[in-house]
Design a protein around this ligand. Structure first.
Ligand code: PRT
Ligand code: MG
Length: 226
């Protein structure tokens, strides 16, 4: 496959991959700092390729977990993705120059309020853990020396312990209100999460002149936010 079928290598055209929702919303001020205004709203438009005020810059809207893949293969020159997503993807083919300090949350272990996690861990019980983040969960429990059976889910992890699918979940938490609403408690924080700018390694070389000022503006604006 030609990795640059969609964009011409060496041209001034840039494609930025974003997901709808918090990443899109939190990236808008950074784009604005680089003088770029997105001309359509992905919440109301069905378009997947959005124009900006700069004819050379377009935004594509993809699933959050697909952002690294589009950038890795060069279908997008750069993108914004959570550290959670990047750890699962592995980061192959991606240059990750900037922590944008947006869409902040934490990766945590949570269990039913009545479940004695500490004792289960101390006694060496084998735990069933449901998660979308199997790489991160596997590494976390291996580091702790806890035996786990990982159950891969694609969403609504919070449901799994409630219906006996798992003893614990590994998920991202921001306010904690979803856990509270479902009578779950956070028993361990694995890591802090924020979103990173990711750049296709070939695009970084071939389109450096176009990319560099945007990366610099993103970096300045995200430091103000930190
Ligand atoms: O929604 P979709 O399945 O397409 O993918 P996604 O959930 O990965 O995408 P999106 O847009 O929801 O999240 C994009 C990125 O935002 C994630 O990769 C994280 O890095 C970051 N982020 C920040 C969060 C949250 N905060 C967050 N609260 N991602 C998800 N959540 C979910 C969480 O999974 C849980 O279900 O919100 C719920 C908990 O929120 P609180 O506030 O109740 O704790
Ligand atoms: Mg979501």
């Amino acid at each position: 496959m030609n990795p640059s079928a969609f964009t011409t290598p060496g041209s001034g055209q840039l494609i930025l991959a974003l997901s709808k929702g918090r990443i899109f919303d939190d990236t808008l001020p950074l784009l604005r700092a680089a003088g770029i205004e997105v001309l359509e709203n992905p919440e109301t438009s069905r378009k997947l390729i959005l124009a900006t005020n700069d004819p050379d810059v377009r935004v594509i809207i993809v699933r959050a977990s697909d952002v690294p893949t589009y950038v890795q293969y060069g279908a997008a020159d750069f993108g914004v993705a959570g550290k959670d997503v990047l750890l699962e993807h592995g980061g192959e083919g991606l240059y990750q120059p900037i922590d944008l300090n947006i869409a902040r949350c934490r990766m945590s272990v949570a269990v039913n309020a009545g479940f004695d996690y500490e004792t289960a861990v101390r006694q060496g019980a084998r735990l069933r853990v449901a998660t979308k983040f199997v790489q991160t969960a596997r590494e976390h429990f291996a580091r702790k020396g806890v035996h786990v059976d990982l159950i891969k889910l694609y969403g609504s992890m919070e449901l799994a312990p409630l219906v006996g699918l798992s003893d614990a979940i590994v998920d991202v938490v921001s306010t904690g209100s979803t856990l509270r609403a479902n009578n779950l408690v956070e028993v361990e924080q694995i890591m802090e999460i924020s979103s990173r700018l990711v750049v296709n390694q070939a695009a970084l070389k071939l389109k450096r002149a176009r990319l560099q000022p945007i990366l610099a503006a993103f970096e300045r604006a995200s430091q103000l936010q930190a």
